[in-house]
Design a protein. Structure first.
Length: 128
């Protein structure tokens, strides 16, 4: 998947988006980098805890159905449990993105907000 954002893009971020609700799969979120706290990262939400999901090479797949020994989908690597209060985030550039595949799920408390629009440069203005 091609990167949706490029260096130099300027984003509008709703910092109140998650005061009354949890993030949803597909939301583009801004959060504090777990490895460099002075830096913010922008990634897409792939899963919200609590829950169990099938991890794939591309991020998270479908939730694991309840019951003993559910059959994994063909592209799954493992079953991953997300604790309550965590979010699994992935970048669009598989293999190059530093995301939950490298640093694990992030705490909801580290979310800065939901990015919803790229406003600059002018030629790249669009909703996310």
């Amino acid at each position: 998947m091609a990167p949706q954002l490029q260096a130099g893009d300027r984003l509008l971020v709703d910092t109140a988006a998650y005061r009354d609700r949890l993030p949803a799969r597909g939301d583009v979120v801004v959060f504090v980098d777990p490895e460099e706290p002075a830096r913010w990262l922008v990634k897409r939400v792939a899963g919200v805890g609590p829950g169990r999901f099938w991890a794939t090479r591309n991020g998270l797949g479908a939730p694991v159905p309840p019951g003993p020994d559910p059959a994994p989908p063909p592209d799954s690597v493992e079953a991953l449990t997300l604790p309550e209060g965590t979010v699994y985030v992935v970048g669009n550039t598989i293999g190059r993105a530093r995301d939950s595949r490298s640093f694990g799920p992030i705490a909801l408390a580290t979310l800065v907000g939901r990015a919803y629009r790229c406003y600059a440069p002018a030629g790249r203005r669009r909703d996310l």
